[in-house]
Design a protein around this ligand. Sequence first.
Ligand code: ATP
Ligand code: MG
Length: 413
Amino acid sequence: MRQSLLFVPTLREVPADAETVSHQYLLRGGYVKQNAAGIYTYLPLGLRVLKNVEMIVREELNAIGCSELLMPALQPAELWQESGRWDDYGAEMMRLKDRHDRQFCLGPTHEEVITSVTRDYINSYKKLPLALYQIQTKYRDEQRPRFGLMRGREFVMKDLYTFHASQDNLDEWYDKVAQAYQNIFTRCGLNFRKVEADSGAIGGSESAEFMVLSAIGEDTIIYSDTTDFAANSEVIDVAEGSQLPDGSVAKHAKGIEVGHIFKLGTKYSEAMNANFLDENGRKQPVIMGCYGIGVSRVVMAAIEQNHDELGVVWPSQLAPFDVHVIPVVMKQTAQVEAALEIYEQLQQAGLNVLFDDRDERAGVKFSDADLVGAPYRIVVGRGVSEGLVELKNRATNEAVEVTIAEAITLVTK
Ligand code: ATP
Ligand code: MG
């Protein structure tokens, strides 16, 4: 990609209303633009990162046998009346009417829709288990939208729903999904913990949250350094330094919830008549699980945990570009030609390369490159007359002078 064609409206000043580092870099780096409180446009750089998170989610869920579908954001009130949540959901639900005065909402979640989509199909134990997910825009009229994509009113969620003939089978899938979540958040470069959680408004028996450890987190995690114990303070309230149920000492930390998994049981299938015939021909309500990931929130959490004073240091799998190739002076034909050659070779090797073809001062190019945060930067300057370029590793900020061929080998391997 040629940078002159890329729409990256970077800002020199820290936006006054951005309280967290991740929100500041998100705006300064030209990743998103706010349209209203909690509502954003994903600009080309931001969308690349978002798509990278989505790809990781898809790969890990497909690997355990889930399949993707796409449900509507616009949902009829009747479905929510069936489950009883039209009245229960409250002010967070965005409600609207069509021209015939029929009521709808913009989906804050999709338990009702998925149950209505699958209930006719799942008529026998032979159709189970089933695991269906989507990556889709959700709407919640949050009381306090804040921290950029962290708490939006329109945001991207991955929601997975599983269907089972027995509790044992749900338990098995719940563990399998939890493992896929571990893989996803690890690949996203996050330092996180799985914690025991409250099932909340969605209902159900067991649930766990995936919390990214961060001082700006809204949840408090109570955990132990010596055992596996970890829970949301909503579930158990133990003062720091006091004894936990397993005998170890309680520690406290702040966490950003990036994922939540639930054993729903039969709450929705009973309310909405989603039944199947078991092996003995007896009618049973389908047993369900549901599993969310805040895809757009993951982008924020990744910035919050991976940055320095210059900008975002993207985990390699999330970076909008793998390599940034920068000719220092555009009027120096030798620099531009060598940079173009490197750009083309790296693209042929299958890498995502950003080529800074803008006629800007070196200082501007470098500070913009810091905000883009590509794992590798190749600077083509005066050294090119001896066949040398500078290769910089964004994570360590270490730069080495190498030949063009060495730069290409180091970056592609
Ligand atoms: P929270 O307690 O943060 O409001 P929640 O319990 O309401 O989250 P879920 O209904 O479990 O969230 O949604 C699944 C995931 O979607 C959450 O784990 C979180 O990562 C993400 N999420 C929830 N609300 C928002 C939001 N307003 N903006 C961005 N992501 C969100
Ligand atoms: Mg919420």
